[in-house]
Design a protein around this ligand. Structure first.
Ligand code: ZN
Length: 115
């Protein structure tokens, strides 16, 4: 896992993440377009990760509820744990996402047949 803790006890710790593809074998194909390789796991510098499909643009987000909004993480090891948990949530969200129904989840997708 390419998670690295940064920060200090005054500003709080956070993790940066570089998607090296290591977790991609755990991702199911995109429920919208079936893409298997154009998937990306990303982090937005808070304990929140997304899994996105580069082919059709859908994404799901996984955030850990353990950190209050604006709360600080005071140790590097805790930051790593919280961020890893958030990544697991994003992966789980992606893998349990049902294929969209006709009236749901199609926002932003165009030129696609809503069969
Ligand atoms: Zn897709």
């Amino acid at each position: 896992m390419t998670l690295e803790a940064q920060g200090n006890q005054y500003s709080g710790f956070f993790c940066s993440y570089a998607d090296d593809g290591e977790h991609h074998d755990r991702l199911k194909p995109c429920p919208f377009c079936g893409a298997k390789i154009d998937l990306e796991i990303g982090n937005i510098h808070t304990p929140s990760f997304f899994v996105a499909c580069r082919n059709c643009g859908v994404e799901v987000t996984g955030c850990t509820p353990k950190l209050k909004r604006g709360g600080k993480i005071l140790t590097a090891s805790r930051a790593l744990r919280i961020f890893a948990e958030a990544m697991e949530l994003a992966i789980t969200q992606w893998n349990t996402r049902a294929a969209p129904t006709a009236d749901q989840g199609r926002a932003g997708l165009s030129g696609e047949d809503a069969a």
